[in-house]
Design a protein around this ligand. Structure first.
Ligand SMILES: Cc1cc2nc3c(=O)[nH]c(=O)nc-3n(C[C@H](O)[C@H](O)[C@H](O)COP(=O)(O)OP(=O)(O)OC[C@H]3O[C@@H](n4cnc5c(N)ncnc54)[C@H](O)[C@@H]3O)c2cc1C
Length: 394
């Protein structure tokens, strides 16, 4: 019997477990899938700048707080495990391929500045001088202009996950490969949960099962709406790295790694729980890479993968205590920002589980909040992103 059982071994579950164990609680993590089958392993690891600004939306508050925590966690994880999670303030270029997009990016650049983020507008030739590998795309008219966010960061998800896993183990967290099959509630509390490894009992339970959380939360009386949204990624291996920064064009991007790998992502698909890659999507991503970088004769396609983002109908994750079930908590629905928001989520959940004063207001993230039809139009919601993806591929 541990103090807390965390259901889910992705970035959210492991981060919460690490934080709770750091505060002296005994913790068990139940994880059904191998790392590679989680959204967390599959992610690109892009962290856009995260300024705090007047009138900041609750999701932006969580991201800003998490962003600051990530710098501390990266140092601590390296000290504890020797693993460098490659958190780098590499900067991000956001490019436009046509006049219509230039107008949209100009608005977006002004918006970043209004929020207090550094943002530099660049014409095509200046962009090529900053990233010489894009010179061909500029010459061919595939990149016209855009902006640079010098504070955009990137992290390497598989390394970060491994560092978290080792840190958890050093802090005494038990990580059990097991699938949760039922979460029975009796008299307003969970007495134990049924798993493929038998009955598991704990003082408190935290559901952090990503896209699979909605079904598991039903017996708790919650309707979470963590709809799975597939993202596919291709990993190229280059003899030497040719980009210094993340390059974004529409919803697609190139993310350089220190060791010469180049990640090409990603799709945004409403395909249910099918997490297989599709030949057409891989081809689309390779075409994107070639349009920006040319033929790349020395590049080798090392692998391709897909992950299921835990969608959120209103663009906010569900974080906090489950009403009417005294020992149940939820942390799910981080959609496209789960890596970025993982540290703040962990500290907030640990505050709530241990009965401490939460560092940010948890009310907007209430797992029992009513998500109205209007919420679907929030720019960070699943529907808004699916509409954007459809418009960009048309
Ligand atoms: C292609 C792609 C690119 C992305 N890029 C970024 C990015 O650049 N920046 C960013 O911040 N975020 C990004 N994301 C989003 C981010 O990956 C997710 O928001 C985040 O990983 C969600 O983490 P999670 O722990 O909630 O879910 P997951 O990582 O999916 O983990 C869920 C866990 O629950 C477990 N589980 C499920 N069901 C059960 C069960 N019945 N019993 C036991 N365990 C169970 C699984 O085994 C797994 O361990 C991206 C996602 C994808 C797919």
């Amino acid at each position: 019997m541990t103090d807390c059982c965390v259901i889910g071994g992705g970035i959210i579950g492991l981060s919460i477990a690490r934080e709770l164990a750091g505060r002296g609680l005994s913790v068990r993590v139940l994880a059904r899938d191998h790392n590679r089958d989680t959204a967390s392993w599959a992610a690109a690891g892009i962290f856009p700048p995260a300024p705090l600004f007047p009138g900041c939306h609750s999701g932006a508050v969580l991201t800003a707080w998490s962003d600051r925590l990530h710098r501390d966690w990266a140092r601590q994880l390296q000290d504890e495990t020797g693993i460098d999670n490659e958190l780098r303030a590499c900067g991000g270029l956001h490019a436009a391929a046509n006049e219509k997009t230039i107008a949209r990016l100009r608005e977006s650049a002004a918006d970043w500045r209004r929020k207090g983020a550094a943002c530099e507008w660049l014409d095509g030739p200046t962009m090529a001088s900053r990233e010489p590998a894009l010179a061909g795309a500029v010459e061919r008219g595939q990149i016209l202009a855009g902006y640079l966010l010098p504070d955009e960061m990137s992290i390497r998800p598989p390394r970060h996950l491994e560092a978290l896993r080792q840190s958890c183990q050093r802090r005494g967290v038990e990580i059990t490969p097991a699938a949760v099959t039922a979460i029975p509630v009796a008299n307003g509390r969970i007495e134990g949960i049924a798993t493929s490894a038998g009955l598991v009992q704990a003082g408190a339970y935290c559901l952090a099962a990503g896209a699979w959380s909605e079904a598991l939360a039903r017996p708790l009386g919650l309707r979470l709406q963590t709809r799975p949204i597939r993202g596919q990624i291709v990993l190229l291996s280059l003899p030497r790295q040719i980009l210094a920064r993340v390059v974004n064009l529409g919803l697609e991007y190139l993310v350089p790694r220190d060791d010469g790998h180049l990640l090409v992502g990603s799709t945004l698909e409403d395909a249910g729980f099918d997490s297989k890659t599709q030949a057409a999507a891989v081809e689309q991503l390779m075409t994107f890479a070639h349009n920006l970088l040319g033929a790349l004769p020395d590049a080798r396609m090392e692998q391709a993968w897909a992950g299921l983002r835990p969608g959120s109908a209103d663009g906010l994750p569900s974080l906090g205590r489950v009403p009417d079930v005294v020992n149940a908590f939820v942390a799910a629905g981080h959609f496209r920002a789960g890596l970025h928001q993982s540290t703040g989520t962990a500290v907030l959940l640990a505050d709530l589980i241990t009965g401490g004063e939460p560092a940010i207001d948890p009310r907007p993230f209430d797992p029992a909040r009513i998500i109205s039809a209007d919420s679907n139009s929030h720019p960070d919601s699943v529907d808004a992103y699916l509409a954007r993806a459809a418009a960009e591929s048309a």
